[in-house]
Unconditional design. Structure first.
Length: 557
Protein backbone atom coordinates (compact mmCIF):
# COMPACT_ATOMS: atom_id res chain seq x y z
CA UNK A 1 0.00 0.00 0.00
CA UNK A 2 1.00 3.63 -0.31
CA UNK A 3 1.05 5.74 2.85
CA UNK A 4 0.34 9.43 3.23
CA UNK A 5 3.64 9.97 5.06
CA UNK A 6 6.60 7.90 6.17
CA UNK A 7 9.07 9.12 8.78
CA UNK A 8 12.29 7.22 8.04
CA UNK A 9 15.35 6.44 10.16
CA UNK A 10 14.21 8.14 13.35
CA UNK A 11 14.74 7.24 17.01
CA UNK A 12 11.32 6.32 18.36
CA UNK A 13 10.55 7.29 21.96
CA UNK A 14 7.00 6.05 22.27
CA UNK A 15 5.77 7.99 25.34
CA UNK A 16 5.39 5.03 27.69
CA UNK A 17 8.85 5.32 29.23
CA UNK A 18 10.06 2.29 27.25
CA UNK A 19 13.61 2.31 25.88
CA UNK A 20 14.16 4.18 22.60
CA UNK A 21 14.63 2.24 19.37
CA UNK A 22 15.28 2.86 15.68
CA UNK A 23 12.25 2.53 13.41
CA UNK A 24 10.29 4.03 10.57
CA UNK A 25 6.79 5.35 11.22
CA UNK A 26 4.13 5.19 8.51
CA UNK A 27 0.99 7.34 8.62
CA UNK A 28 -2.25 6.92 6.71
CA UNK A 29 -5.70 8.50 7.11
CA UNK A 30 -4.58 10.47 10.14
CA UNK A 31 -3.38 7.44 12.12
CA UNK A 32 -0.16 5.56 12.74
CA UNK A 33 -0.32 2.70 10.25
CA UNK A 34 3.00 1.00 10.93
CA UNK A 35 6.07 1.23 13.16
CA UNK A 36 9.14 -0.74 12.13
CA UNK A 37 10.86 -1.22 8.79
CA UNK A 38 8.61 0.42 6.22
CA UNK A 39 9.36 -0.42 2.60
CA UNK A 40 6.17 0.74 0.90
CA UNK A 41 6.00 4.12 -0.78
CA UNK A 42 4.39 7.30 0.49
CA UNK A 43 3.16 10.62 -0.81
CA UNK A 44 5.86 12.24 1.31
CA UNK A 45 8.88 10.99 3.19
CA UNK A 46 10.69 12.73 6.07
CA UNK A 47 14.24 11.64 6.80
CA UNK A 48 14.46 11.73 10.61
CA UNK A 49 18.05 10.48 10.89
CA UNK A 50 19.49 11.87 14.14
CA UNK A 51 16.04 13.04 15.29
CA UNK A 52 13.66 11.77 17.96
CA UNK A 53 10.19 10.73 16.84
CA UNK A 54 7.82 11.01 19.81
CA UNK A 55 4.11 11.39 20.50
CA UNK A 56 2.90 14.97 20.35
CA UNK A 57 3.06 16.64 23.74
CA UNK A 58 -0.08 17.09 25.86
CA UNK A 59 -0.25 20.30 27.90
CA UNK A 60 -2.70 19.71 30.78
CA UNK A 61 -2.79 23.24 32.21
CA UNK A 62 -3.64 26.08 29.84
CA UNK A 63 -5.98 29.06 29.70
CA UNK A 64 -6.53 29.35 25.97
CA UNK A 65 -10.33 29.54 26.44
CA UNK A 66 -10.48 33.06 24.99
CA UNK A 67 -7.43 32.94 22.72
CA UNK A 68 -8.86 30.18 20.51
CA UNK A 69 -11.35 32.80 19.30
CA UNK A 70 -8.59 34.75 17.50
CA UNK A 71 -5.65 32.36 17.29
CA UNK A 72 -6.49 28.97 15.84
CA UNK A 73 -2.79 28.07 15.82
CA UNK A 74 -2.81 28.26 19.64
CA UNK A 75 0.59 29.91 19.85
CA UNK A 76 3.12 29.60 21.29
CA UNK A 77 2.23 26.02 22.36
CA UNK A 78 2.14 24.89 18.74
CA UNK A 79 5.80 25.92 18.33
CA UNK A 80 6.95 23.48 21.03
CA UNK A 81 5.75 20.09 19.83
CA UNK A 82 2.45 20.38 21.70
CA UNK A 83 -0.41 18.73 19.85
CA UNK A 84 -3.15 18.77 22.52
CA UNK A 85 -4.01 21.40 25.13
CA UNK A 86 -6.38 21.20 28.09
CA UNK A 87 -8.07 24.48 29.05
CA UNK A 88 -10.64 25.63 31.61
CA UNK A 89 -8.29 25.32 34.59
CA UNK A 90 -8.42 27.11 37.96
CA UNK A 91 -12.20 27.43 38.01
CA UNK A 92 -12.31 30.38 35.60
CA UNK A 93 -13.60 30.55 32.03
CA UNK A 94 -16.11 31.98 29.57
CA UNK A 95 -18.76 29.27 29.31
CA UNK A 96 -21.53 28.86 30.10
CA UNK A 97 -22.35 32.55 29.88
CA UNK A 98 -25.52 34.56 29.33
CA UNK A 99 -25.19 37.65 27.12
CA UNK A 100 -25.92 39.98 30.04
CA UNK A 101 -23.06 38.57 32.16
CA UNK A 102 -20.26 38.60 29.58
CA UNK A 103 -18.51 41.50 31.27
CA UNK A 104 -18.35 39.57 34.55
CA UNK A 105 -16.72 36.63 32.76
CA UNK A 106 -14.20 38.90 31.08
CA UNK A 107 -13.37 40.76 34.30
CA UNK A 108 -12.74 37.42 35.98
CA UNK A 109 -10.19 36.62 33.28
CA UNK A 110 -8.61 40.06 33.66
CA UNK A 111 -8.13 39.65 37.40
CA UNK A 112 -7.26 35.95 37.60
CA UNK A 113 -5.47 35.27 34.33
CA UNK A 114 -3.97 38.67 33.57
CA UNK A 115 -5.52 39.09 30.12
CA UNK A 116 -6.26 42.75 29.25
CA UNK A 117 -9.96 43.62 29.09
CA UNK A 118 -9.67 45.34 25.69
CA UNK A 119 -8.10 42.21 24.22
CA UNK A 120 -10.98 40.08 25.50
CA UNK A 121 -13.61 42.61 24.47
CA UNK A 122 -12.29 42.75 20.91
CA UNK A 123 -11.30 39.11 20.55
CA UNK A 124 -14.03 36.91 22.09
CA UNK A 125 -16.70 35.99 19.55
CA UNK A 126 -19.44 34.89 21.98
CA UNK A 127 -21.05 32.47 19.53
CA UNK A 128 -22.24 30.23 22.34
CA UNK A 129 -24.14 30.31 25.62
CA UNK A 130 -23.94 26.80 27.10
CA UNK A 131 -20.77 24.79 27.66
CA UNK A 132 -21.57 22.17 25.00
CA UNK A 133 -22.17 25.04 22.56
CA UNK A 134 -18.76 26.48 23.51
CA UNK A 135 -17.09 23.15 22.69
CA UNK A 136 -18.95 22.92 19.40
CA UNK A 137 -17.92 26.49 18.56
CA UNK A 138 -14.28 25.56 19.20
CA UNK A 139 -14.58 22.57 16.87
CA UNK A 140 -15.97 24.78 14.07
CA UNK A 141 -12.85 26.96 14.19
CA UNK A 142 -10.70 24.17 12.72
CA UNK A 143 -7.78 24.73 15.10
CA UNK A 144 -4.19 23.69 14.43
CA UNK A 145 -4.04 21.71 17.68
CA UNK A 146 -6.38 19.37 19.50
CA UNK A 147 -8.47 21.20 22.11
CA UNK A 148 -9.71 19.60 25.32
CA UNK A 149 -11.84 21.26 27.97
CA UNK A 150 -12.39 21.14 31.72
CA UNK A 151 -15.61 22.73 32.99
CA UNK A 152 -14.57 25.73 35.16
CA UNK A 153 -16.88 26.07 38.16
CA UNK A 154 -17.09 29.87 38.32
CA UNK A 155 -19.11 30.48 35.11
CA UNK A 156 -21.43 27.58 36.00
CA UNK A 157 -22.23 29.25 39.33
CA UNK A 158 -22.68 32.61 37.59
CA UNK A 159 -25.02 31.02 35.08
CA UNK A 160 -27.37 29.66 37.76
CA UNK A 161 -26.97 32.18 40.60
CA UNK A 162 -26.14 35.48 38.90
CA UNK A 163 -24.11 37.94 40.96
CA UNK A 164 -25.13 36.12 44.14
CA UNK A 165 -22.45 33.59 43.15
CA UNK A 166 -19.88 36.23 44.16
CA UNK A 167 -21.29 36.44 47.68
CA UNK A 168 -22.51 33.08 49.00
CA UNK A 169 -22.85 29.35 48.74
CA UNK A 170 -25.54 27.89 46.50
CA UNK A 171 -28.86 26.69 47.89
CA UNK A 172 -29.72 22.99 47.44
CA UNK A 173 -31.93 23.90 44.47
CA UNK A 174 -29.17 25.96 42.86
CA UNK A 175 -26.62 23.25 43.58
CA UNK A 176 -28.77 20.69 41.77
CA UNK A 177 -29.00 22.96 38.72
CA UNK A 178 -25.25 23.59 38.67
CA UNK A 179 -24.52 19.87 39.08
CA UNK A 180 -26.86 19.09 36.20
CA UNK A 181 -25.03 21.59 33.96
CA UNK A 182 -21.66 20.12 34.92
CA UNK A 183 -23.06 16.67 34.14
CA UNK A 184 -24.25 18.00 30.77
CA UNK A 185 -20.72 19.30 30.08
CA UNK A 186 -19.17 15.93 30.99
CA UNK A 187 -21.68 14.14 28.75
CA UNK A 188 -20.67 16.49 25.93
CA UNK A 189 -17.02 15.52 26.39
CA UNK A 190 -15.58 17.82 29.06
CA UNK A 191 -12.73 16.10 30.90
CA UNK A 192 -13.93 17.06 34.39
CA UNK A 193 -14.30 20.31 36.30
CA UNK A 194 -11.97 22.81 37.97
CA UNK A 195 -12.05 25.13 40.98
CA UNK A 196 -9.80 27.15 43.28
CA UNK A 197 -9.45 28.21 46.90
CA UNK A 198 -6.55 30.62 46.33
CA UNK A 199 -7.12 33.99 47.93
CA UNK A 200 -5.31 35.77 45.07
CA UNK A 201 -7.97 34.49 42.69
CA UNK A 202 -10.09 37.62 42.79
CA UNK A 203 -12.91 38.09 40.32
CA UNK A 204 -15.39 40.77 39.26
CA UNK A 205 -15.37 43.97 41.39
CA UNK A 206 -12.52 42.67 43.53
CA UNK A 207 -14.71 39.96 45.09
CA UNK A 208 -13.57 36.36 45.53
CA UNK A 209 -13.83 34.33 42.35
CA UNK A 210 -17.29 32.78 42.49
CA UNK A 211 -16.13 29.17 42.78
CA UNK A 212 -14.32 30.07 46.02
CA UNK A 213 -17.75 30.45 47.63
CA UNK A 214 -18.76 26.88 46.85
CA UNK A 215 -19.67 24.90 49.96
CA UNK A 216 -18.68 21.32 50.72
CA UNK A 217 -22.25 20.31 49.91
CA UNK A 218 -21.85 21.87 46.47
CA UNK A 219 -18.49 20.28 45.81
CA UNK A 220 -19.89 16.91 46.85
CA UNK A 221 -22.66 17.24 44.26
CA UNK A 222 -20.25 18.25 41.51
CA UNK A 223 -17.79 15.49 42.39
CA UNK A 224 -20.63 12.99 42.43
CA UNK A 225 -21.45 14.01 38.86
CA UNK A 226 -18.10 12.50 37.89
CA UNK A 227 -18.53 9.43 40.09
CA UNK A 228 -21.89 8.50 38.57
CA UNK A 229 -20.40 8.75 35.08
CA UNK A 230 -17.16 6.99 35.97
CA UNK A 231 -15.02 9.46 34.08
CA UNK A 232 -13.38 12.85 34.29
CA UNK A 233 -10.90 14.46 36.68
CA UNK A 234 -10.85 17.47 38.99
CA UNK A 235 -8.27 20.26 38.83
CA UNK A 236 -8.06 22.62 41.79
CA UNK A 237 -5.78 25.40 42.98
CA UNK A 238 -5.24 24.96 46.73
CA UNK A 239 -4.28 27.55 49.33
CA UNK A 240 -0.93 27.14 51.02
CA UNK A 241 -0.08 29.14 54.12
CA UNK A 242 3.64 29.86 54.43
CA UNK A 243 4.15 27.77 51.32
CA UNK A 244 2.83 24.51 52.80
CA UNK A 245 -0.46 22.77 52.08
CA UNK A 246 -2.59 23.26 55.18
CA UNK A 247 -4.50 20.52 56.96
CA UNK A 248 -7.91 21.77 55.84
CA UNK A 249 -6.71 21.76 52.22
CA UNK A 250 -5.48 18.19 52.62
CA UNK A 251 -8.93 17.33 53.96
CA UNK A 252 -10.53 19.03 50.95
CA UNK A 253 -8.30 17.07 48.61
CA UNK A 254 -9.24 13.81 50.30
CA UNK A 255 -12.92 14.80 50.22
CA UNK A 256 -12.83 15.43 46.45
CA UNK A 257 -11.02 12.15 45.80
CA UNK A 258 -13.55 10.23 47.86
CA UNK A 259 -16.68 11.92 46.50
CA UNK A 260 -15.60 11.76 42.85
CA UNK A 261 -13.78 8.44 42.78
CA UNK A 262 -11.65 10.12 40.13
CA UNK A 263 -8.14 11.62 39.91
CA UNK A 264 -7.63 15.09 41.37
CA UNK A 265 -4.72 17.26 40.25
CA UNK A 266 -3.79 20.28 42.34
CA UNK A 267 -1.58 23.33 42.01
CA UNK A 268 0.88 24.72 42.57
CA UNK A 269 3.95 22.90 43.81
CA UNK A 270 6.82 25.39 43.61
CA UNK A 271 10.13 25.09 45.42
CA UNK A 272 10.76 28.24 47.47
CA UNK A 273 14.23 28.95 48.78
CA UNK A 274 12.76 31.42 51.30
CA UNK A 275 10.74 28.52 52.79
CA UNK A 276 13.24 25.75 52.04
CA UNK A 277 11.24 22.73 53.25
CA UNK A 278 7.81 23.81 51.98
CA UNK A 279 7.67 21.41 49.02
CA UNK A 280 8.89 18.44 51.04
CA UNK A 281 6.43 19.24 53.83
CA UNK A 282 3.56 19.54 51.34
CA UNK A 283 4.43 16.21 49.74
CA UNK A 284 4.58 14.53 53.18
CA UNK A 285 1.20 15.94 54.16
CA UNK A 286 -0.37 15.05 50.82
CA UNK A 287 1.15 11.54 50.67
CA UNK A 288 -2.07 9.70 51.70
CA UNK A 289 -4.04 11.60 49.06
CA UNK A 290 -1.35 11.05 46.42
CA UNK A 291 -1.67 7.33 47.13
CA UNK A 292 -5.42 7.67 46.36
CA UNK A 293 -4.87 9.43 43.02
CA UNK A 294 -3.98 13.06 43.75
CA UNK A 295 -1.42 14.60 41.38
CA UNK A 296 0.43 17.80 42.33
CA UNK A 297 1.55 19.98 39.43
CA UNK A 298 4.83 21.81 39.03
CA UNK A 299 6.78 23.45 36.21
CA UNK A 300 10.33 22.61 35.12
CA UNK A 301 10.91 26.34 34.68
CA UNK A 302 12.06 28.88 37.25
CA UNK A 303 9.16 31.24 37.81
CA UNK A 304 10.20 34.58 36.33
CA UNK A 305 7.55 37.08 35.38
CA UNK A 306 7.19 40.59 34.09
CA UNK A 307 5.00 42.86 36.17
CA UNK A 308 2.85 45.39 34.40
CA UNK A 309 1.11 47.66 36.90
CA UNK A 310 -1.93 47.99 34.66
CA UNK A 311 -2.80 44.58 36.06
CA UNK A 312 -0.88 43.92 39.30
CA UNK A 313 -1.86 40.23 39.54
CA UNK A 314 1.43 39.41 41.26
CA UNK A 315 0.22 41.22 44.39
CA UNK A 316 -3.27 39.73 44.50
CA UNK A 317 -2.34 37.44 47.39
CA UNK A 318 -1.92 40.41 49.72
CA UNK A 319 -5.20 41.28 51.52
CA UNK A 320 -4.39 44.99 51.32
CA UNK A 321 -4.55 44.87 47.52
CA UNK A 322 -8.24 43.98 47.39
CA UNK A 323 -8.87 47.73 47.11
CA UNK A 324 -6.81 47.82 43.93
CA UNK A 325 -8.84 45.10 42.24
CA UNK A 326 -12.18 46.58 43.28
CA UNK A 327 -11.61 49.45 40.83
CA UNK A 328 -8.76 48.86 38.40
CA UNK A 329 -8.90 52.23 36.63
CA UNK A 330 -5.60 54.08 36.60
CA UNK A 331 -6.82 57.01 38.69
CA UNK A 332 -8.35 54.71 41.30
CA UNK A 333 -5.14 52.69 41.53
CA UNK A 334 -3.03 55.81 41.92
CA UNK A 335 -5.23 57.01 44.76
CA UNK A 336 -4.84 53.69 46.57
CA UNK A 337 -1.07 53.54 46.09
CA UNK A 338 -0.68 57.03 47.58
CA UNK A 339 -2.92 56.32 50.57
CA UNK A 340 -0.89 56.00 53.83
CA UNK A 341 -3.46 53.59 55.25
CA UNK A 342 -2.99 51.26 52.27
CA UNK A 343 0.79 51.47 52.62
CA UNK A 344 0.62 50.65 56.32
CA UNK A 345 -1.56 47.61 55.66
CA UNK A 346 0.71 46.49 52.81
CA UNK A 347 3.70 46.86 55.12
CA UNK A 348 2.02 44.50 57.59
CA UNK A 349 1.20 42.04 54.80
CA UNK A 350 4.84 41.97 53.77
CA UNK A 351 5.83 40.57 57.16
CA UNK A 352 4.34 37.24 56.05
CA UNK A 353 5.70 35.23 53.10
CA UNK A 354 2.98 35.55 50.48
CA UNK A 355 4.14 36.18 46.95
CA UNK A 356 7.88 36.87 46.89
CA UNK A 357 10.75 36.63 49.31
CA UNK A 358 12.44 40.01 49.12
CA UNK A 359 12.62 43.23 47.16
CA UNK A 360 15.98 42.34 45.64
CA UNK A 361 14.13 39.96 43.31
CA UNK A 362 11.96 42.70 41.81
CA UNK A 363 13.87 44.70 39.20
CA UNK A 364 12.80 47.73 37.16
CA UNK A 365 12.85 46.65 33.52
CA UNK A 366 11.66 49.76 31.66
CA UNK A 367 10.22 53.16 32.54
CA UNK A 368 8.43 55.78 30.44
CA UNK A 369 9.42 58.85 32.46
CA UNK A 370 12.87 59.99 31.20
CA UNK A 371 13.69 61.30 34.67
CA UNK A 372 13.55 57.73 35.98
CA UNK A 373 15.78 56.10 33.36
CA UNK A 374 18.58 55.77 35.89
CA UNK A 375 16.41 53.26 37.81
CA UNK A 376 16.26 50.73 34.98
CA UNK A 377 17.97 47.40 35.79
CA UNK A 378 18.00 48.27 39.49
CA UNK A 379 16.17 46.19 42.08
CA UNK A 380 13.61 47.77 44.36
CA UNK A 381 15.94 46.92 47.25
CA UNK A 382 18.71 48.96 45.59
CA UNK A 383 16.33 51.87 44.93
CA UNK A 384 15.11 51.79 48.53
CA UNK A 385 18.69 51.79 49.86
CA UNK A 386 19.55 54.75 47.66
CA UNK A 387 16.51 56.67 48.88
CA UNK A 388 16.87 55.71 52.52
CA UNK A 389 13.40 54.18 52.62
CA UNK A 390 11.78 50.73 52.81
CA UNK A 391 11.04 48.47 49.85
CA UNK A 392 7.28 48.86 49.80
CA UNK A 393 7.41 52.65 49.80
CA UNK A 394 10.21 52.76 47.21
CA UNK A 395 8.18 50.45 45.00
CA UNK A 396 4.94 52.43 45.23
CA UNK A 397 6.71 55.78 44.89
CA UNK A 398 8.40 54.57 41.70
CA UNK A 399 5.11 53.22 40.34
CA UNK A 400 3.44 56.60 40.93
CA UNK A 401 6.38 58.59 39.56
CA UNK A 402 6.08 56.68 36.28
CA UNK A 403 2.29 57.04 36.16
CA UNK A 404 1.87 53.26 36.49
CA UNK A 405 3.68 52.78 33.16
CA UNK A 406 6.83 51.04 34.38
CA UNK A 407 7.45 47.35 33.84
CA UNK A 408 9.34 45.15 36.28
CA UNK A 409 10.60 41.58 36.45
CA UNK A 410 10.18 39.26 39.41
CA UNK A 411 12.28 36.12 39.92
CA UNK A 412 10.92 33.77 42.51
CA UNK A 413 10.67 29.97 42.68
CA UNK A 414 11.94 26.66 41.28
CA UNK A 415 15.51 27.94 41.19
CA UNK A 416 17.38 25.33 43.30
CA UNK A 417 18.79 22.59 41.09
CA UNK A 418 18.99 19.92 43.79
CA UNK A 419 15.35 20.36 44.79
CA UNK A 420 14.22 20.48 41.16
CA UNK A 421 15.92 17.14 40.58
CA UNK A 422 13.81 15.73 43.41
CA UNK A 423 10.61 17.02 41.83
CA UNK A 424 11.50 15.83 38.34
CA UNK A 425 12.22 12.32 39.61
CA UNK A 426 9.00 12.05 41.61
CA UNK A 427 6.55 10.18 39.36
CA UNK A 428 3.56 11.45 41.32
CA UNK A 429 4.24 15.02 40.18
CA UNK A 430 2.68 16.21 36.93
CA UNK A 431 4.72 18.45 34.64
CA UNK A 432 2.42 21.33 33.80
CA UNK A 433 1.70 24.94 34.76
CA UNK A 434 2.60 26.36 31.37
CA UNK A 435 -0.48 28.60 31.78
CA UNK A 436 -0.63 29.15 28.02
CA UNK A 437 -2.96 32.02 27.17
CA UNK A 438 -2.78 33.59 30.65
CA UNK A 439 -0.67 36.37 32.18
CA UNK A 440 0.13 37.32 28.61
CA UNK A 441 1.95 40.58 29.37
CA UNK A 442 3.84 39.17 32.37
CA UNK A 443 5.35 35.83 31.44
CA UNK A 444 5.25 32.89 29.08
CA UNK A 445 5.92 29.40 30.39
CA UNK A 446 4.04 27.62 27.59
CA UNK A 447 7.39 26.46 26.17
CA UNK A 448 8.11 24.25 29.16
CA UNK A 449 8.15 21.00 27.08
CA UNK A 450 11.21 22.05 25.09
CA UNK A 451 12.80 23.58 28.19
CA UNK A 452 12.37 20.27 30.01
CA UNK A 453 13.96 18.33 27.15
CA UNK A 454 16.76 20.80 26.58
CA UNK A 455 17.69 21.87 30.09
CA UNK A 456 16.79 18.94 32.35
CA UNK A 457 17.19 16.01 29.96
CA UNK A 458 20.15 17.01 27.76
CA UNK A 459 22.12 19.61 29.71
CA UNK A 460 21.66 18.56 33.33
CA UNK A 461 20.81 14.87 32.74
CA UNK A 462 18.37 15.00 35.64
CA UNK A 463 16.02 12.54 33.93
CA UNK A 464 16.29 10.30 30.88
CA UNK A 465 14.95 11.22 27.47
CA UNK A 466 12.39 8.43 27.76
CA UNK A 467 11.14 9.73 31.09
CA UNK A 468 11.08 13.31 29.87
CA UNK A 469 8.92 12.33 26.91
CA UNK A 470 6.63 10.23 29.13
CA UNK A 471 6.08 13.20 31.42
CA UNK A 472 4.98 15.26 28.41
CA UNK A 473 2.79 12.67 26.72
CA UNK A 474 1.16 9.58 28.22
CA UNK A 475 1.29 10.88 31.79
CA UNK A 476 -0.99 13.92 31.29
CA UNK A 477 -3.07 12.09 28.68
CA UNK A 478 -3.82 9.25 31.09
CA UNK A 479 -4.75 11.63 33.91
CA UNK A 480 -7.55 13.12 31.86
CA UNK A 481 -8.63 9.89 30.20
CA UNK A 482 -7.27 10.69 26.74
CA UNK A 483 -6.39 7.06 26.15
CA UNK A 484 -5.69 7.38 22.43
CA UNK A 485 -3.26 10.29 22.86
CA UNK A 486 0.20 10.53 24.33
CA UNK A 487 1.56 7.28 22.85
CA UNK A 488 3.15 6.43 19.53
CA UNK A 489 1.41 3.17 18.71
CA UNK A 490 -0.13 1.48 15.73
CA UNK A 491 -3.71 2.63 15.06
CA UNK A 492 -3.33 5.64 17.38
CA UNK A 493 -4.03 9.14 16.04
CA UNK A 494 -0.88 10.43 14.39
CA UNK A 495 0.03 13.24 16.80
CA UNK A 496 3.82 13.34 16.48
CA UNK A 497 6.67 15.59 17.62
CA UNK A 498 9.96 15.23 15.73
CA UNK A 499 12.85 17.03 17.38
CA UNK A 500 16.62 17.21 17.43
CA UNK A 501 17.75 16.03 20.88
CA UNK A 502 21.02 17.94 20.49
CA UNK A 503 19.24 21.26 19.89
CA UNK A 504 15.79 21.08 21.45
CA UNK A 505 15.13 23.73 24.06
CA UNK A 506 13.96 27.20 24.93
CA UNK A 507 15.01 29.84 27.38
CA UNK A 508 13.06 30.93 30.44
CA UNK A 509 13.06 34.49 29.07
CA UNK A 510 10.36 35.37 26.59
CA UNK A 511 10.26 37.93 23.82
CA UNK A 512 7.68 40.65 23.30
CA UNK A 513 5.20 40.68 20.45
CA UNK A 514 2.28 42.97 19.77
CA UNK A 515 -0.08 40.57 18.05
CA UNK A 516 -3.06 40.35 20.40
CA UNK A 517 -6.38 41.89 19.32
CA UNK A 518 -5.92 45.65 19.12
CA UNK A 519 -2.14 45.25 18.91
CA UNK A 520 -1.71 44.57 22.62
CA UNK A 521 1.55 43.17 23.96
CA UNK A 522 2.23 39.63 24.98
CA UNK A 523 5.30 37.66 26.01
CA UNK A 524 6.03 34.55 23.95
CA UNK A 525 8.67 31.84 24.19
CA UNK A 526 10.16 30.68 20.86
CA UNK A 527 11.29 27.08 20.48
CA UNK A 528 14.51 25.49 19.29
CA UNK A 529 15.09 22.11 17.70
CA UNK A 530 11.48 21.15 16.96
CA UNK A 531 11.72 20.09 13.32
CA UNK A 532 8.19 18.83 12.61
CA UNK A 533 4.89 18.52 14.43
CA UNK A 534 2.02 16.41 13.15
CA UNK A 535 -1.56 16.70 14.37
CA UNK A 536 -3.87 13.88 13.29
CA UNK A 537 -1.43 13.04 10.52
CA UNK A 538 -1.06 16.54 9.06
CA UNK A 539 2.17 18.54 9.33
CA UNK A 540 1.35 21.68 11.30
CA UNK A 541 4.91 22.82 12.12
CA UNK A 542 7.79 22.43 9.72
CA UNK A 543 11.35 23.55 10.41
CA UNK A 544 10.56 26.69 12.34
CA UNK A 545 7.27 27.67 10.74
CA UNK A 546 3.59 26.95 11.16
CA UNK A 547 1.92 25.48 8.11
CA UNK A 548 -1.58 26.18 6.86
CA UNK A 549 -2.87 22.81 8.11
CA UNK A 550 -5.89 23.06 10.42
CA UNK A 551 -5.91 19.48 11.58
CA UNK A 552 -6.90 19.81 15.22
CA UNK A 553 -10.12 18.55 16.72
CA UNK A 554 -11.97 18.84 20.01
CA UNK A 555 -11.02 15.90 22.21
CA UNK A 556 -14.00 14.59 24.14
CA UNK A 557 -13.82 12.37 27.19
Amino acid sequence: MSYDLVIKNGTVVDGTGAKRYQADVAIAAGKVAEIGKVTEGAKRTIDAHGLVVAPGFVDPHTHYDAQICWDGAVTPSSWHGVTSVVMGNCGVGIAPCRPETREIAMRDLVNVEGIPFDVLHQGITWDWETFPQFMDSAARRAPSLNLAFIAPLTPFRHYVMGEASLERAATPEETAKIAALIGEAIDAGALGFSSTTLNQHIGFQGKPLACRNASHEELKAYANALKTRGKGAIEIALTRQVGVLEEDQCELLDFLLTESGRPVTFIALFDRDDIPEAVRDTLRRAAPMIAKGARPQTSPLPLTREINMDNPFSFAAFPSWKRVFADSSKEAQKAVYADPAFRNQFREDLKKPMGFSNWSRIVVHTVRNPALKHLEDKSIAQIAAGQGTVGGDAFLDTVLADNLELELTMASWNTREDRMRELLNNRAILMALGDGGAHVDMLCDAGYPTYLLGTWVREKEAITLEEGVRKLTSDPADLFGLKDRGRLAKEAPADVAIFDPARVGSTNHGERRYDLPGGAKRIVMPSQGVEYTLVNGAITWEQGRLTEAKAGTVLRG
